[in-house]
Ligand binder design. Structure first.
Ligand code: UD1
Length: 343
């Protein structure tokens, strides 16, 4: 059985990816410092897949700990690197901590991979690298715009580090996956997004409002140049997204990625406005959502949605789930969490 190291594997996208990897026949070792996730995610992954992933609690900012991880698990053949801080607003408040965390961890990983002869890495990137795109849908050749937050800048810098790292080391194979807006939860409702504190992202805020934890959702702006005035994003189901990682790992291990450094957009190709998301949520949950419109949020772009032709063609992957089905899974997860009083 092939073994994949999943950094940040108890986190939101990481945990869903661990399940999909296991179901595709991979053995998984998770490394996570649990700074933004919970150890019992490992139990829930096991409940879904019937296999317990390896789990190492370690901080990848710690170089010695990163080296130890690889020396103690020589079976690791590939890495999926999710572990990173991802709150846009917080990154503006704590830029140094964001650069330290997101960049040091990648550098330590790359050094350890080189030392222990691991050549394959999938990197978690973001559509934030495109900023406000000139053309929609946005494809992988669109220019990288100046990042509007330290978080976004770390994604750009990490992609550059990976690109440069392969120049003297052509055995290093990299796939960078640029996610649009991942939402929803596993259909079992055993894993999902568990933001600590007040959520920044739209869908957790919607579900927490519907269940009564938040008073009302603030819609950030209804004066955009869009059909209903609210901002447009490409909301992709997290299980669909997780499946793309399995394909990327297969591509790396089978060395089909002749280019050595490849980038793929992961989205649905469909743009939905904030108001459309609210309406779809109300439909699937049968609940009226309490919301009001307020001013635009600093740093938000008007619209961004993906051209996914490259991933469809090269990876043979396509997002399958509808917005309704995905919002329904998010709602089921929120109800499950509150019943079990996890957070
Ligand atoms: C942002 C980042 C993305 C990052 C993600 C992780 C950008 C352009 N995008 O996504 O790269 O990976 O965060 O956290 O920096 N909204 C409301 N009310 C709310 C919350 C959100 O109206 O309470 C609106 C936003 O204005 C936006 C949409 O909902 O139009 C989606 O927001 P959100 O879920 O926060 O994701 P992004 O900002 O698109």
């Amino acid at each position: 059985m092939r073994t994949v190291l999943v950094t940040g594997g108890t986190g939101y996208i990481g945990s869903h990816t661990v399940v999909e990897l296991q179901q595709a026949g991979y053995r998984v070792v998770i490394v996570d410092d649990l700074s933004n996730s919970y150890a019992d995610v490992v139990d829930n992954i096991e409940k879904i897949s019937g296999q317990r992933p390896g789990f190492v609690k370690a901080d990848l900012k710690n170089r010695a700990a990163t080296m130890d991880l690889f020396s103690s698990a020589p079976e690791i053949e590939a890495v999926i690197h999710f572990a990173a801080s991802k709150a846009v607003g917080e990154s503006v408040e704590k830029p140094v901590a964001y650069y330290r965390n997101n960049i040091d961890s990648l550098l330590n990983l790359l050094e350890a991979m080189q030392k222990y002869g691991v050549n394959h890495i999938v990197f978690s990137s973001s559509c934030t690298v495109y900023g406000e795109p000139d053309q929609l849908p946005v494809d992988e050749n669109a220019p990288i715009k100046k990042a509007n937050s330290p978080y976004g800048n770390t994604k750009q810098i990490c992609e550059e580090i990976l690109r440069d790292a392969r120049v003297p080391d052509p055995d290093l194979n990299v796939v960078s996956l640029r996610y649009f807006n991942p939402i929803g939860a596993h259909p079992s409702a055993l894993i999902g997004e568990l933001p600590i504190g007040v959520p920044n992202n739209l869908v957790p805020f919607i579900t927490q409002t519907a269940i009564g934890i938040r008073k009302e959702l603030k819609v950030f702006g209804d004066d955009y140049n869009t059909p209903d005035g609210s901002a447009i994003r490409d909301y992709i189901n997290v299980v669909d997204l997780a499946k793309a990682h399995v394909v990327a790992i297969e591509r790396l291990i089978s060395e089909k990625n002749k280019a050595g450094f490849e980038i793929f957009n992961l989205g649905t190709g469909r743009g939905n406005s904030v108001f459309e998301v609210i309406k779809a949520f109300e439909k699937v949950s049968g609940k009226k959502l309490n919301y009001s419109v307020t001013g635009r949020r600093d740093g938000d772009v008007e619209q961004v949605f993906a051209n996914t032709d490259l991933a469809n063609r090269e990876l043979g992957w396509k997002a399958e789930k509808s917005l309704e089905e995905t919002l329904s899974s998010a709602w089921k997860w929120e109800q499950h969490v509150r019943t079990n009083q996890k957070n």
